[in-house]
Design a protein around this ligand. Structure first.
Ligand code: IPE
Ligand code: IPE
Ligand code: MG
Length: 245
């Protein structure tokens, strides 16, 4: 039986988040520059999106560029921005064909105007699609998002829109960039690093973490299915005992 056939439909996560890591090392192994790795990561993105859509997963969040990634050499940042513009542009038709809705989280204002334009156009253009929601995390970090939420909350308290004592977990959630999106049940990180790197800090409180040695440009549908299968064999207890479940 293929990996895909082993997957049980009603035990699939609604939301999968991915830290796409290892492009630079993949390129280095091939004796090439880091940007070559980023370019080859696009195929892995395509495969992952297709695999998620095939499994009727509702949300796929891809960590594409972190707040901290701005600290990389200018040439690499520029290349990543160009790659973003081209990829969004080129994939738009496929997104629509597959009923995929694009969404973005992060400090989008910080991105170059051309990226913003391409991104907003694609978000608008796919807004009527009802299949998979593909969320790109761009100029994103969990701490940025939490601080942003706190500042907006403070503003709304000052404006009298909400009372300070109304703030609970659910209200706080509404102020995050992921407000209407359920928390990811599964978080995948490639390239053998065992860290979160400032991704979805609030949302992954109870996510199942899956780490693989595979470098991002080598990641394929089968790798995604493998992660889903692993997820299905976990027991998620949320603080309770096995017997209570
Ligand atoms: C992930 O690959 C892509 C981004 C962070 C934009 P890296 O560029 O981090 O590749 P490694 O980790 O250096 O191999
Ligand atoms: C995390 O990868 C960010 C993205 C995948 C976009 P990094 O390569 O930036 O993470 P660190 O620096 O190794 O923690
Ligand atoms: Mg990395």
């Amino acid at each position: 039986m293929s990996l895909k056939q082993q997957l049980i439909k009603d035990k699939l996560p609604k939301h999968v988040a991915v830290i796409m890591d290892g492009n630079g090392r993949w390129a280095k192994k091939k004796g090439n520059i880091r940007i070559f790795g980023h370019k080859n990561g696009v195929k892995a993105v395509r495969e992952t999106v297709e695999a998620a859509a095939e499994m009727q997963i509702e949300y796929l969040t891809l960590y594409a560029f972190s707040t901290e990634n701005w600290k990389r050499p200018k040439m690499e940042v520029n290349a990543l921005m160009s790659l973003l513009i081209n990829s969004i542009h080129n994939e738009l038709e496929t997104l629509n064909k597959n009923n995929i809705r694009l969404f973005a989280i992060g400090n989008i204002n910080q991105l170059p105007a051309k990226v913003q334009k391409e991104l907003y156009q694609a978000i608008e253009n796919t807004s009527g699609n009802t299949g998979l929601t593909l969320v790109l995390a761009l100029s994103y970090s969990g701490r940025w998002e939490i601080l942003n939420a706190v500042n907006q909350l403070l503003n709304d308290v000052k404006n009298g829109k909400i009372e300070g004592d109304e703030i609970d977990s659910s209200l706080f959630n509404d102020y995050l960039a992921t407000a209407k999106i359920p928390d990811p049940e599964l978080l995948i990180r490639t390239s053998g690093e065992f860290r979160i790197s400032n991704f979805l800090l609030w949302q992954i409180a109870y996510s199942e973490l899956y780490f693989t040695e595979t470098l991002w440009p080598d990641f394929r549908k089968e790798d995604f299915f493998k992660a889903l299968l692993d997820f299905q064999n976990r027991e998620r207890r949320f603080g309770m005992t096995s017997e209570q479940l």
